[in-house]
Design a protein around this ligand. Sequence first.
Ligand code: ADP
Length: 495
Amino acid sequence: METPSLPKKILMVASEAVPFVKTGGLGDVCGALPKALRKLGHDARLILPRYWGIDPAYYKLTWTVSPMGVQMGNCIIWCGVWGGEVDGVPVYLIEHEGFYGRSRLYDDGQKEFGDNSDRFGFLCRAAIQLCRDLNWSPDIMHCNDWQTALVPAYLKVWERHDGFFANTASVLTIHNIAYQGWFPYGKYSYLGLGHENFSSDKFENFGRINFLKGGIFYADHITTVSPSYANEILSPGGGYGLAPYLSRRYWDITGILNGADYDHWDPATDPLLPANYSIEDMSGKAICKKKLQNDFGLEENPKIAIVGIVSRFTPQKGFQLLMPVISSIIHQMYIQFVILGAGEKPFENFFGNLPNCHRGRVGSWIGYNNDKAHLIEAGADFFIMPSLYEPCGLNQIYSMKYGTLPVVRNVGGLRDSVKNYNEGDGTGTGFIFNDPTPQAIFYTMGRICGTYYDRWHHIEAMRKQAMQENYSWEESAKKYLEVYDKALIRRASWR
Ligand code: ADP
């Protein structure tokens, strides 16, 4: 029998979270996990910056413990704090016009903001100050990626002689180790971490500051977003230079697969779809397919297989493997592509232009659009993710729920969540391929077409199986609670 965890006070510190602001899976996770923890009876709260695009009035937030003075290096920086409850979770948004009054989060569309270390270093110290001003001493400060990776260090360096945080443990979740927060040494003094922490086992990395590296040293426990990715980051290639430092923390690393927030991603209730559907009645999926073909300028035909893409466009996502073969696929197979993405220009240019070369067979939209993302998940038959590496991936989890079979490479969270099609008995929840090559994608497309046109009953069976998979946050949240217990034990031993 499971032993229920004692109620804990947990502060989720994040640079993005749904429903306020999101650039990728990080935002999905930081929005959904506190909600799931509260449902399990814990006092989980969320802190993030108030970016320009977030309207506090829309969420009925009011000024709370404002103004708040935050010590950075030798000076006190003042900020405002918006507070309120959204989706049942108490949230605090840090208002600082100079740092966060921008429409984008991390870059200006071309290059990263030059003051990111100040902005996110400040967020970390503000999270700690907020706890003091609220007189709320959390059991766990849960940080996410490099942007909030200084919290564990601040707790152990600045707050070590203070009883207020004596029992507060830190957990650092690595959502994508390729992003580590590197900054020039000139930015270091503002962070107030002391010269002794600029050493090669902590924050120093080839003469520069590395936020994530210091976080790995100081966090009481480290998690990443799937069990396979937890292994991959320990390898030289997968760790992006941090494998040796992670290996030292081997026993303090846990991989927990992300959940999906079915409040937002369920075809039976999704308000963004033209029709809802479920395993019992799939008729709405055909309506979604028709609208998808219509919206993306595709030939309207219920019989043709549609492959969907919703993604950030970075080399990590592997679309450079699809680019050389997509025209051959379209010429040789009866298939349509619907593409939604934004990111690096070569991808945007290629996929943005593709409908002009294959009228009626390819539709694309360059940019970020949540409504279209939902429609693609529902209206497509397949969903391709040829990632070179994938810490967890959420879209394959969403697409299974929508009966849209994922076509994925055998890495990270894709491997942990998708079950490969078995031609013998028609079981499986998607199609998995191994090699990071255009040929592998070409042959896999042949495989999905063969199944779609020649073994439709297998597609139907797989759809059912996929839609029955349960990746709810409740299960993942329980695993995080186990991790919090481990972090608290480690915290006690540090003292
Ligand atoms: P990552 O976090 O690496 O970007 P994930 O698959 O974990 O990848 O999560 C991506 C999230 O961002 C999903 O919720 C997906 O729907 C969303 N997303 C990505 N690109 C777009 C886009 N262009 N428009 C709308 N939503 C997008």
